[in-house]
Ligand binder design. Sequence first.
Ligand SMILES: [Ca+2]
Ligand SMILES: [Ca+2]
Length: 74
Amino acid sequence: MKKFLATLSVVAFTAPAFAQAADFATADADSSGAVSWEEVQAALPDVTEEQFKAADADANGDLSEEEFATLTAG
Ligand SMILES: [Ca+2]
Ligand SMILES: [Ca+2]
């Protein structure tokens, strides 16, 4: 019987302030002028789809710069 050792190597990730500080231009990866749910997931992995929909005030499926500001404001 084999035992699998879950070796958790703690990776000290010293990435620049990106976690909750992604700005609109950064999040809008394809520069479409709006941030899609996929782009939010990439830029802000902690954001849930519920939070995204709550921020999408006009419910068009994308976040405008204003809507994105709402999202990142909390
Ligand atoms: Ca976009
Ligand atoms: Ca919208």
